[in-house]
Design a protein around this ligand. Sequence first.
Ligand code: ZN
Length: 243
Amino acid sequence: MFIDSHSHLFAIEDSKIDMADIEKALVFSYDVANFDLALDYCKKHEKCACGLGIYPEFALNYDQNAENFIKAHRHDIVAIGEIGLDSTFPNYSKQIEAFLGQIALAKELNLPISVHLRNLEDYQHFFDLFKRDVPCVLHAFHGDMNIAKRAIDLGCYISFSGNLTYKRNVLLREVAKIVPDAQLLIETDSPSMLPAGLNRGEKNVPQNIVFTAKTLATVRGVELSDICLLTSENAKKVFKLEG
Ligand SMILES: [Zn+2]
């Protein structure tokens, strides 16, 4: 049984999803417009736990109302996310403001954060801005070895997604070897990040987590069951999931 540490399952038809091997899936909003979708989805699906936050593309929507909404739903959520920095989108100063605002909110609410970073400069800004105030998951990690070492030193959890399986991502698999057991997580980022070898154009789904898990097991030289156990324990710890 796996814990999928990052997804947007409300964007996928129920009939495509098979949760048989999934103990829990974290379901994150990415804009104010889907706060309710994420919350409602997790109310209806007992294996899901919700995170609320605003993704860099929609940073302009981070305001007092959004913050108040999240505070009002404190007991329905286990994390703040998906938040982050992404230099492919405009409004970078607003992105930084929204990112710092949501970190402060996470601290106030005693919640971890699930963070999206796109380019090298985004990782660098993250290192300038992040002060270890809250437990931090770097979701769909794809930084290089130096970035990984800095993130590990900062105590971040490193969450690997379907891109770990892509043939070209040789260096990412090298990174996956050095992440300490205690900081390792796994995710699908469904409906995005479809692992290699699957039908392109299909939406990614939680049951595909096994492809990333198998790759992690191979590169780390351990059994698939070890990856499963380890990443589930870590997810329970960082998101304070019971059971
Ligand atoms: Zn995501």
